[in-house]
Design a protein around this ligand. Structure first.
Ligand SMILES: [Zn+2]
Length: 102
């Protein structure tokens, strides 16, 4: 870790992927948000209210985070089978989901 890396990382908000625990710039991650009824949805805007977690736009992270309990643990909720399935499907298209404009 050089001093230059440190100062550039202070300018960019960093978040940790709930699945692989890698720290990445927030804009490179996908935000998951827990809705008022306890479901977990993809927050494409990154601005929805509610407890959120961040995950890499990589299929293996979605599988790791959703098939295990990491997402549920982070968001303090229990996923229904249907909700989990829906998110895993979203993750299968990961890679195309990073190009959002802010
Ligand atoms: Zn990850």
């Amino acid at each position: 870790m050089t001093p230059e890396m440190k100062s550039s990382s202070q300018r960019t908000p960093q978040r940790t992927c709930v699945a692989c625990r890698q720290v990445r710039p927030k804009r490179e991650l996908v935000r998951l948000v827990r809705t008022a009824d306890g479901r977990v949805e993809v927050d494409a805007s990154g601005k929805r209210p509610g407890r959120g977690g961040y995950i890499c736009p990589a299929r293996q992270c979605w599988e790791l985070g959703l098939k295990g309990s990491r997402v549920e643990h982070t968001l303090h909720t229990s996923l229904t089978a249907e909700n989990r399935e829906q998110l895993i499907k979203y993750g299968e298209g990961a890679g195309q989901i990073t190009r959002q404009r802010s």
